[in-house]
Design a protein. Structure first.
Length: 208
């Protein structure tokens, strides 16, 4: 099964609140956005946002320039339906991040548990090309992956685990690591997953 088919199947066959990555409230993301100066006047894209409530919570807080990209169109349908009419104001992008080339830049690029699925160099290079175009100079990159002592698989797929140094190296030059921290995520199934979070500032003048 290819990646797209895998993720379409996941969101068509499993309840959104039953998957291992489910969070009723994406509090670690909301906290990080606030801590690094995110404001409702800024634009944000949630990469591999799936059925996450992140943009819904941000919209409630007054953010109006929001986008969600996911390889799974059914995932976007779930997230959009949960927002009701408010979902009409969000940019929904069904695409593989490794091949997507954005037409515009965003102030904040958020990725929780997506980059870690890219276990091959060409896929990571594709992601970096999207990031180079899609995050404005001076923009904020928030990325959560499984930590070095986290699980070896997610959704049945192998993942690449990272600590801050490994993630900085994988992203390449042009990103200044602002901070890193760990999160213990408790899955609906009752297990604990160790995440590594990093905040990076993209080099260049802050256009926000
Ligand atoms: C583990 S889930 C995390 C979902 C969401 N970020 C969250 O925190 O709830 C991974 C998500 O990444 C999406 N995804 C996986 N590979 C992708 C790719 N190559 N391009 C875009 N999205 C992808 C999946 O469809 C899925 O929604």
């Amino acid at each position: 099964m290819d990646r797209k088919a895998h993720w379409e199947d996941v969101y068509q066959t499993k309840a959104a609140d039953s998957v291992s990555w489910f969070q009723p409230v994406p509090q670690p993301s909301l906290d990080a956005i606030g801590r690094f100066g995110g404001t409702p006047a800024q634009s944000l894209i949630d990469i591999g946002g799936g059925a996450s409530a992140l943009v819904a919570r941000l919209a409630e807080a007054g953010w109006s320039n929001l986008a969600v990209l996911d390889i799974s169109a059914p995932a976007l349908d779930v997230a959009r339906a949960a927002m009701g009419a408010g979902g009409d104001a969000v940019e929904w992008i069904a695409a593989d991040i490794t091949a997507w080339r954005p037409a515009r830049g965003y102030d904040i690029w958020h990725d929780r548990a997506v980059f870690h699925f890219l276990t091959e160099d060409p896929a990571r290079a594709g992601y970096r090309a999207a990031l180079a175009q899609g995050l404005k100079p001076g923009g904020l990159l928030l990325m959560a992956t499984f930590a070095l002592d986290g699980p070896e698989k997610c959704s049945g797929l192998p993942v690449q685990r990272y600590g801050p140094a490994e993630l900085a190296a994988a992203l390449g030059d042009g990103f200044v690591l602002l901070d890193s921290w760990r999160e213990e995520h408790h899955t609906p199934g009752g297990s604990t997953q160790n995440f590594n979070w990093c905040a990076f500032r993209k080099a260049g003048e802050n256009a926000a």
